[in-house]
Design a protein around this ligand. Structure first.
Ligand code: NAD
Length: 311
């Protein structure tokens, strides 16, 4: 697995180990952390961690040897970060993905399940998003994810590597980084809320997302690794419902049992206004259904941050 020390990757690694698999992680620890893999001792010797970069083909080849599935999670993740560093986004997300596909071809790994993103749909108003709507990226990050999908399809057609793309819709849950400059909104709000700091809301806060609890994404990856007849397909992975930022503030106030101060800042360039997934295709071909709905996932996430960030 690439990016196995990150938020989504580490949750997937833990589940794979619980299910009895052997896992090799390739990660450069740019945004991931060893502490995310703190569960490793429980699984004696079944987890191997390689520190290395997907921008280096020979490293990826070494990591791919003998694998039956590659879960490709490593990426430069954030839209605003990609706006600041578009070349970096291209190197990590496009060249890096090419290396993963090429390593799968050369090492005869039958299937690559890779992380794409709802951002490939861009900002067109039609909701919910269905996989047959054409991509219309509005940020370097989204363009890099769309390019990764195109390359994956080509690696299936030309070289027979089975590829399955998962377009995640705003994932949240335990181990998501709340502190970095590019942290996602839910962990950020929770940490600010716990520390009684004003919540910074970009724009008017009416923007909404199909926020998806991590367990749903882990499940979708496991299904995508096994499902027959899905080579070169892409699937939405969301909940099929959306929540606005202001609603999140209200839900956080309800969970913490006190009012929270808000500070509005200008909208961010490259951000889309609303997202909502149609998950019918994933249901039909993968047997996917969201296991944990927003409110329950949010409650679990607040609990996690309460115990991990006490001060
Ligand atoms: N979190 C979300 O809401 C979301 C939504 C859509 C798509 N995605 C995609 O899901 C994947 C995982 O995202 P995440 O939220 O867990 O992010 P994350 O930043 O927590 O994890 C990414 C991991 O990849 C590693 N990494 C980054 N660049 C690397 C490189 N060049 N070589 C090796 N390792 C590298 C990082 O160290 C980190 O461990 C990414 O591909 C991301 O684009 C995430």
């Amino acid at each position: 697995m690439t990016g196995g020390a990150g938020f989504i990757g580490s949750n997937l690694v833990e589940r794979l180990l619980e299910d009895g698999a052997r896992v090799r992680v390739l990660d450069n620890f740019s945004t991931g952390a060893r502490t995310n893999l703190g569960f490793a001792p429980r699984f004696r010797g079944r987890l191997e961690v390689l520190r290395g970069d997907i921008r280096n083909l020979s490293v990826v080849l070494r990591a791919a040897r003998g694998a039956r599935v590659i879960f490709h999670q490593a990426a430069m993740r954030s839209v605003p970060r990609s706006v600041k560093d578009p070349l970096g986004a291209n190197e990590n997300n496009v060249t890096g993905t090419l290396h993963v596909l090429e390593a799968a071809r050369r090492c005869r790994v039958p299937r690559v399940v890779y992380a794409s993103s709802s951002s490939v749909y861009g900002d067109r108003p039609d909701l919910p998003k269905r996989e047959d709507q054409p991509p219309a990226p509005v940020s370097p990050y989204a363009a890099s994810k769309a390019a990764g999908e195109q390359y994956a399809t080509i690696w299936t057609r030309l070289y027979g590597v089975e590829t399955v793309g998962l377009r995640y819709f705003n994932v949240f849950g335990p181990r998501q980084d709340p502190k970095s400059e590019y942290a996602a909104v839910i962990p950020r709000f929770i940490l600010w809320g716990l520390r009684d700091r004003p919540l910074e809301v970009h724009g008017d806060g009416a923007q909404s997302r199909d926020f998806t609890y991590i367990d749903n994404v882990v499940e979708a990856n496991l299904l995508a690794a096994r499902a027959p007849g899905v080579r070169s397909e892409v699937f939405n992975v969301g909940c099929g419902s959306r929540v606005s930022l202001l609603e999140i503030v209200a839900k956080l106030e309800a969970v913490l049992g006190r009012p929270l101060e808000r500070r509005h800042t200008p909208p961010r360039p490259g951000d889309v206004l609303h997202t909502l997934a149609d998950v019918a295709k994933a249901k039909r071909l993968l047997g996917y259904a969201p296991l944990v709905e927003f409110d329950e996932g949010f409650r679990r996430t607040v609990e996690y941050f309460k115990s991990s960030f006490k001060s």
